[in-house]
Design a protein around this ligand. Structure first.
Ligand SMILES: [Zn+2]
Length: 411
């Protein structure tokens, strides 16, 4: 195992062991089901080596045999799968309006979840005390499996300092002052890992979603915030200070309105769900949308992104127009990202993915018309199937990723 900044750069025998176990575990996880023969073929390790590694991982309850593959002739190879219930994670995700704490298995599947509407942006002290309360609540739920919890994964929009477990203060995002989370997540001394929301969601897509085998990937997250997870040659590129991917704050209109970040006409001012909902409220108020006007009347002006989607589904022209325009701006973001990174695949995720059926066409049209090398490259563009749940699943995936890489000392 190579240490980037340490003295040692060689691999000891134990490092090689962990590395090979990590490789096997990672392949089984991504494939879902795989035989020993396939593992040997893909990794290039000998069959006896694979047999040893699999035996060790089965002895640690991490791998299990789950039936045979469907071959026509000869002995049917036994298939292996990861035992998702071997270990657990605590996942925490923050938004502007609240936070969620969940217990997940290695799937990651959410086994228990608590949502809070206390915002660290608006009610910082109360929200942090609530966080502590909900964290303990989730631990109490997991009481019989406490020793199997690998760690806490935390994701939030905006800048974070993972080393000091701190959400950094920034006027554009979540916190008016820097928030050290450690005092609130102390119980059982679990390790805490933090990652920007788009990077965490990107990790989830790599482990469980749309992009398991993709080496060069852009995860374009469009919800309340707009950001990107960038995977270059199989590794998430986070930048010098782990602040890369803020595509939402690239200007698409130098003469546009001033963004809170100081820039003018930032992409996210045109296509995040907050911008869409501002227009939706205005449309309801001015009577441009009968559907939204009725929603606003029934719910005392609270209109959600799901309402806009529902409006589009029943054919409300104003809602259809809102989503069409949102799709065009997302398309502009996709074009900019593909021109910069030339990825094999772009996954569009976050809350916007719930409106896939209305966004797909305008996104594709902008890409077909505006991409620089459209004659030569055709990156696959897909929508994440996880909707807005991807943030909490992404938080769990931060821990999962470290675990499978062999960094948590559990195998
Ligand atoms: Zn901005």
């Amino acid at each position: 195992m190579h240490k980037i900044s340490g003295v040692r750069i060689g691999d000891n025998l134990t490092d090689v062991k962990v590395k090979n176990r990590s490789l096997v575990l990672s392949l089984v996880k991504k494939r879902g089901l795989i035989s020993r023969i396939e593992l040997a073929r893909i990794t290039g390790l000998t069959q006896p080596t694979i047999t040893n590694i699999v035996n060790e991982l089965m002895a640690s309850n991490l791998l299990q045999e789950v039936g045979t593959s469907d071959t026509k002739a000869g002995r049917k190879p036994i298939l292996l799968a990861v035992n998702d219930r071997a270990f657990y994670t605590i996942a925490i995700s923050f938004t502007r309006h609240g936070f969620s704490v969940a217990l997940t298995d290695l799937g990651p599947n959410i086994l228990y979840r608590r949502d809070s509407s206390y915002s660290v942006l608006e009610n910082t002290e109360i929200a942090l005390l609530e966080l502590q309360k909900e964290f303990i609540h989730v631990l109490e739920f997991a009481t019989s499996s406490l020793r199997l919890i690998l760690g806490i994964g935390v994701c939030a929009p905006g800048p974070l300092d993972s080393d000091s477990c701190t959400i950094l203060a920034h006027p554009t995002f979540l916190a008016n002052k820097s928030l050290d989370l450690r005092p609130y997540l102390q119980e059982y001394d679990l390790p805490i890992f933090m990652m920007n929301q788009a990077d965490a969601a990107c990790l989830h897509e790599i482990w469980r979603g749309e992009a398991k085998e993709v080496r060069n990937l852009i995860y374009f997250m469009v919800g309340e915030e707009v950001g990107a997870g960038i995977v270059i040659d199989g590794i998430i590129y986070q930048g010098q200070d782990r602040k890369a991917g803020e595509v939402g704050h690239t200007s698409v209109n130098l003469f546009g309105p001033r963004c809170v970040c100081g820039n003018h006409g930032c992409l996210e001012m045109y296509c995040n769900t907050r911008a869409v909902l501002d227009r939706a409220r205005e449309g309801a108020w001015l009577g441009k949308s009968a559907y939204l006007k009725d929603v606003a009347r029934r719910r005392e002006t609270v209109i959600t992104f799901l309402d806009v989607i529902e409006g589009a589904k029943v054919g409300d022209q104003f809602c259809l127009g809102l989503l069409h325009q949102m799709g065009q701006y997302i398309g502009v973001g996709v074009v900019n990202l593909v021109n910069l990174y030339d990825p094999e695949q772009v996954v569009i995720g976050g809350e916007c993915a719930l409106a896939q059926e209305f966004l797909q066409e305008p996104v594709q049209n902008v890409v077909s018309e505006s991409l620089l090398y459209r004659e030569y490259i055709r990156p696959q563009i897909s929508f994440s199937p996880w909707g807005d749940e991807v943030a909490i699943l992404g938080a769990a995936s931060i821990v999962l990723d470290r675990f499978i890489a062999g960094q948590l000392g559990r195998f």
